[in-house]
Design a protein around this ligand. Structure first.
Ligand SMILES: Nc1nc2c(c(=O)[nH]1)N[C@H]1C(S)=C(S)[C@@H](COP(=O)(O)OP(=O)(O)OC[C@H]3O[C@@H](n4cnc5c(N)ncnc54)[C@H](O)[C@@H]3O)O[C@H]1N2
Ligand code: MOO
Length: 401
C-alpha cells in the first residue's frame, strides 16, 4: 500500500482472483474463419501427421544418401507437389520440387543449384556433398497425429488459425463471447450527433473502449451516457441483465458528482478503490447485484491505461487465458526524474535511437499523446533517477490487441 492506495500488483492480483472465480464455462463451435480473437475452450489436437508424408524443402533431386558414392546418378522419375510417387529405383535419383512427397527409398534432397545435369542425362552433385536427410521435411516433423498443438485457453490469432487449418480443423470450440455493458457517466458528456453546448465535451471513451472490447471478442451492450445522478445510475444498473461485466467510465473520484463507489458500497460490494498509479488512481472494482463492475476513471488517458493494465487482463482471464503479462523490455530513459513520484507512472512514449522519449503532454485528460506513442513507459515510484536509467517499455502492440 502507498498512503492507503493499492499497488498495481495488488489490484491485478485481486482482479485475477475475481476473474478466476467467474471464468466463463459456456462454449460454442465456430467456423475457423470466424474464430479470430476468440479463446479456445478445448485443446486442438492434430488429426493427421503434419506434414502427412516426408517431402522436399527444395527444388532439386531426391536420392538415397548411400547411392552418392556411385554418382553421377540417372534420373528415374519426376515428382511435383500433389503427386503420389512410386518407390525410387535403386541407384537413381528423382527430379523433385518443393513440397512434393519423397519417393519411398529416398532419404536426402540436394537443391538444383548444387547439381549439374550431364549430357548423358545423369546428375552430378557438387562437393561438399549433402549430409543424410538434408532438405527433407520429415513426416510429423511439425506435429504427430493425436498430439496437442494448441492448448485450451489459447487466444486465437492469424498464426493459430493458420496452424489449425494446416491440420484440417474446420471448426473450433471456443469460449462464448463475454457480454460487457458499457456505460459513460458525466453530465458534460454528449454523443457525436449532438452539438456541443457550453461546458460539454464529446464522449470519446465510449469509442475507445467499444473498439478495444470488440478486438477482445466481447459483445458490447452500449448503455449510453448517464448523468451524474445516483438515482438514474442505480436505475440503469438495475436494468442490466445478462452482462458478465459492467464497464463504466467517470464518476469514480472524490467529487460531489462521483457516485459509482457510493452506489457499490450501498447496493453492491466495493472490492477496491484507488491505486498508486498515474494516470488511473481512482479505478474502482466491485459487484452490483452479482454482476462484476469495473469503474474506469473518466480522464481519457486514465481510461486507456487502466483498461490496458487491469480491465483487459481481467477480461481475458475470465475467458480462460493464462499468459497475460504484456511483453515489455528495458530501454534507457532519455530524461531525468529528480523528484520521486508517490505513484507509479505510465507515460506515453516512443523508443528513439535506443532511448525512451516522452510525449510533450502527459496530462491524463489528453489522448493525443497515445496516438503519437508506440507504448507506455513505466516510471517507478519513490525513486528519483537520471537519464540512462533502464525503464520498462510496454509496446501498445501488446496492449491494444
Ligand atoms: N480532489 C480530487 N480530485 C480529483 C482526484 C483526487 O484524487 N482528488 N483525482 C483526479 C484523478 S487522478 C482523476 S483520473 C479524475 C477521475 O475522475 P472520475 O473518474 O470521477 O471522472 P470524471 O470526474 O467523471 O471525469 C474526469 C475527466 O474525464 C472527462 N470524461 C469523463 N468521461 C468522459 C468520456 N466518456 N469521454 C471523454 N471524456 C470524459 C471528464 O469530462 C473530466 O474532464 O479525477 C481527478 N480529480
Ligand atoms: O490518476 Mo488520474 O487518472 O491521474 O488523472
Amino acid at each position: 500500500m502507498s498512503g492507503g492506495l493499492l499497488s498495481i500488483e495488488q489490484a491485478q492480483a485481486r482482479l485475477m482472483a475475481q476473474a478466476d472465480a467467474s471464468r466463463i464455462e459456456d462454449s460454442e463451435s465456430v467456423a475457423l474463419a470466424e474464430a479470430d480473437g476468440r479463446v479456445l475452450a478445448e485443446a486442438v489436437c492434430a488429426a493427421v501427421d503434419l506434414p502427412p508424408w516426408p517431402n522436399s524443402a527444395m527444388d532439386g533431386f531426391a536420392f538415397r544418401h548411400a547411392d552418392l558414392s556411385r554418382q553421377p546418378l540417372p534420373v528415374s522419375q519426376k515428382i511435383f507437389a500433389g503427386m503420389h510417387p512410386g518407390p525410387l529405383q535403386p541407384g537413381s535419383c528423382a527430379r523433385i520440387f518443393t513440397g512434393a512427397p519423397l519417393p519411398p527409398g529416398a532419404d536426402t534432397v540436394e537443391m538444383q543449384e548444387n547439381a549439374e545435369l550431364l549430357e548423358d542425362g545423369r546428375v552430378r552433385f557438387a562437393e561438399p556433398l549433402p549430409v543424410i536427410g538434408r532438405h527433407v521435411r520429415p513426416q510429423a516433423g511439425e506435429a504427430r497425429r493425436g498430439e496437442e498443438v494448441l492448448a485450451r485457453g489459447t487466444r486465437l490469432g492469424p498464426t493459430e488459425l493458420g496452424l489449425a487449418a494446416s491440420l484440417g480443423a474446420g471448426r473450433l470450440r471456443v469460449v462464448r463471447r463475454l457480454r460487457v455493458a458499457l456505460l459513460s457517466t458525466g453530465d458534460e458528456i454528449v454523443e457525436l450527433d449532438q452539438p456541443l453546448g457550453p461546458g460539454q465535451i464529446y464522449n470519446s471513451n465510449r469509442y475507445l473502449l467499444h473498439a478495444w472490447l470488440r478486438r477482445l471478442g466481447c459483445d458490447v451492450v452500449d448503455l449510453g451516457i448517464l448523468p451524474d445522478d445516483p438515482a438514474q445510475i442505480r436505475t440503469r444498473l438495475d436494468g442490466v441483465a445478462g452482462a458478465d461485466l459492467i464497464l463504466s467510465t467517470g464518476g469514480v473520484s472524490v467529487g460531489e458528482a462521483d457516485f459509482l463507489g457510493q452506489i457499490l458500497r450501498e447496493q453492491g460490494e466495493l472490492i477496491f478503490w484507488k491505486l498508486a498509479i498515474k494516470p488511473g488512481k481512482p479505478l474502482t472494482c466491485g459487484q452490483y447485484r452479482g454482476i462484476a463492475v469495473i469503474g474506469l476513471p473518466g480522464n481519457p488517458a486514465s481510461t486507456l491505461v487502466t483498461f490496458a493494465l487491469l480491465a483487459r487482463p481481467y477480461l481475458l482471464r475470465r475467458l480462460g487465458v493464462e499468459r497475460l503479462e504484456p511483453l515489455g523490455f528495458e530501454v534507457p530513459a532519455s530524461f531525468d526524474r529528480l523528484t520521486a513520484s508517490s505513484r507509479r507512472e505510465y507515460l506515453q512514449a516512443r523508443v528513439n535511437e535506443g532511448r525512451v522519449v516522452l510525449h510533450s503532454n502527459q496530462s491524463s485528460g489528453v489522448l493525443r499523446g497515445a496516438t503519437w506513442a508506440d507504448g507506455l513507459v513505466e516510471v517507478p515510484e519513490h525513486r528519483s533517477f537520471r537519464a540512462g536509467e533502464p525503464l520498462r517499455f510496454i509496446p501498445y502492440a501488446q496492449l491494444l490487441a
